[in-house]
Ligand binder design. Structure first.
Ligand code: HEM
Length: 209
């Protein structure tokens, strides 16, 4: 679960870096060039299979862990324990489910369009082709509800990542009195950078484009 999680965390850095090209004031030219390269590159195509396998493994193991915990104690504690665990760690399953719901909506509205499984949205259908994600983003994020769903999801994504980062190191046995506090700080910076970084995109399209 930790290894799949680390892979997904690396994907997020890569995905964010590509998406931030949407902010260049060039009507999506740099971003579309990057998308063209990524969608045509055979290595990236193979990585896509690993990515979906990574998501699947991570989700299945998360569900099994939840089930295992439930079987071990079907009746909840009467009084919640006063432990060292952070709020973020206790809600990993819940934040994970929210991210999964976000992901399903997100894939339907972007990725499935490229695959031709769903039609190109609204005006983009007239002005663009199924690879023009810039026009699609423009249309989707002009909708306040759609942007709000994204922004709320990114808050929970940040919560999930904050604990996930340090937890991955712990699961791999990389625990150290000296380095663990540093890992926690890096994890917090990573979680904030990813969620704020992604959040800039709907805000930009909604207010400034
Ligand atoms: C404002 C934020 C985001 C934007 C604008 C965005 C944009 C896109 C676009 C345009 C695609 C289609 C790429 C293609 O088919 O080649 C895509 C695919 C995808 N996105 Fe996002 N994304 C955002 C946030 C996220 C987040 C937070 C996650 C994960 C939690 C995520 C996970 C994925 C996955 C798994 C795919 C399919 C694989 C791929 O094509 O790379 N995205 N996204």
């Amino acid at each position: 679960m930790a290894l799949a999680g680390i892979f997904l965390m690396l994907f997020l850095i890569f995905h964010l870096a590509t998406n931030l090209l949407m902010l260049a004031r060039d009507d999506g030219e740099a971003f579309s060039e990057a998308v063209k390269f990524l969608t045509e590159n055979p290595v990236v195509k193979i990585m896509e299979y690993f990515l979906f396998a990574g998501f699947l493994i991570h989700i299945i193991l998360g569900l099994l862990l939840k089930l295992q915990n439930y079987m071990a104690r079907p009746v909840k504690y009467h009084k919640s324990l006063q432990t060292e665990t952070s709020t973020f760690s206790r809600f990993m399953f819940h934040t994970g489910v929210i991210i999964l719901i976000f992901l399903i909506i997100h894939l339907i509205n972007f990725f499935f369009v490229r695959l031709g499984w769903v039609p190109i949205p609204g005006e983009a259908g007239e002005v663009a082709n199924k690879h023009d994600f810039y026009s699609m983003a423009q249309i989707w994020f002009k909708n306040p509800w759609y942007s709000a769903i994204y922004l709320v999801s990114f808050v929970f994504l940040g919560f999930h990542l904050k604990h996930a980062f340090q937890s991955a190191f712990q699961s791999l046995g990389l625990n150290h009195t000296k380095y663990t506090p540093v890992i926690k700080v890096i994890g917090t910076i990573y979680a904030i950078a990813i969620s704020v970084g992604f959040a800039i995109i709907p805000v930009y399209f909604y207010f400034f484009h």
